[in-house]
Design a protein around this ligand. Structure first.
Ligand SMILES: Nc1ncnc2c1ncn2[C@@H]1O[C@H](COP(=O)(O)OP(=O)(O)O)[C@@H](O)[C@H]1O
Ligand SMILES: [Mg+2]
Length: 223
């Protein structure tokens, strides 16, 4: 059977994605025709065709072909779950996913969109589900979670085969419980979110959650 995404993958072969150093987002070049770019990450860019809105095409850097297979196999192992998109196919550097509506938690913070407790609990439950499937829920951060009708959807599962805990989600969850009321309903300026994000990424493993949050609070409130 001819799947609807085969033609789309052919049409997207003119699009090229190149990753950048220092965890910066990818650079996209070429002609995407009627497709629009709906997001970029550090490994891939994601496209949607308005005449086929249910699909999202995640195009990886051609040098990272192995990651496509890895992510497809993680989706297979996860099976059907409300916490994750559906993965329909993998071909070359393209992964065909269900398009998921919503706003990343990163954009929620920029736009002052309220992040409900239920969404945070959903991520906790999703992590338990991932472990129950023999995988390791890693790389769970604000740009990899969508707020969709008040619930959370995790959109990037590529690292779940790697070992180790990166503590990103644990730190975000603690930060939410302790400090979210301070920004709830406010649009936080981009420069501020980026400053905190970069500080966090530069902080070595030896530094604790308390040290980090104390530094940020001192910077913001001089106390
Ligand atoms: N299935 C999807 N539906 C809608 N948007 C998506 C989907 N997958 C990814 N995106 C958007 O594309 C961005 C990059 O995708 P992501 O899978 O996180 O790439 P990377 O592996 O490079 O980090 C996400 O932050 C999100 O905005
Ligand atoms: Mg990502």
């Amino acid at each position: 059977m001819e799947h609807p995404w085969n033609q789309a993958i052919d049409a997207l072969s003119t699009v090229h994605v190149k990753s950048n150093p220092n965890n910066e987002p990818v650079t996209v070049s070429g002609d995407a025709g009627e497709f629009k770019c709906i997001g970029v990450g550090t490994d891939a860019a994601v496209f949607q065709n308005p005449s086929q809105p249910m699909y999202a095409y995640k195009i990886y850097d051609a040098d990272k072909l192995d990651k496509v297979e890895v992510e497809a196999s993680v989706y297979k192992q996860l099976g059907d779950s409300p916490y994750f998109p559906t993965c329909y196919a993998a071909r070359g550097e393209v992964l065909v996913l269900s398009y998921e509506s919503g706003t990343t938690l990163f954009d929620c913070i920029l736009q002052g969109v309220h992040i409900p407790k239920q969404a945070v609990q959903d991520v906790e439950d999703a992590r338990d589900y991932v472990r129950s499937k023999g995988l390791n829920p890693r790389d769970i951060h604000l740009k990899n979670i969508l707020l969709q009708d008040g619930r959370a959807k995790i959109i990037d599962v590529s690292e779940y085969v790697l070992p180790g805990n990166d503590f990103r989600w644990e730190h975000l969850k603690r930060g939410y419980d302790q400090y979210y009321h301070l920004i709830d309903g406010s649009s936080v300026p981009f420069w501020l979110v980026e400053t905190v994000r970069k500080w966090y990424n530069q902080t070595g493993e030896g530094s604790s959650y308390e040290e980090f949050t104390n530094k940020v609070m001192k910077f913001l409130f001089k106390k």
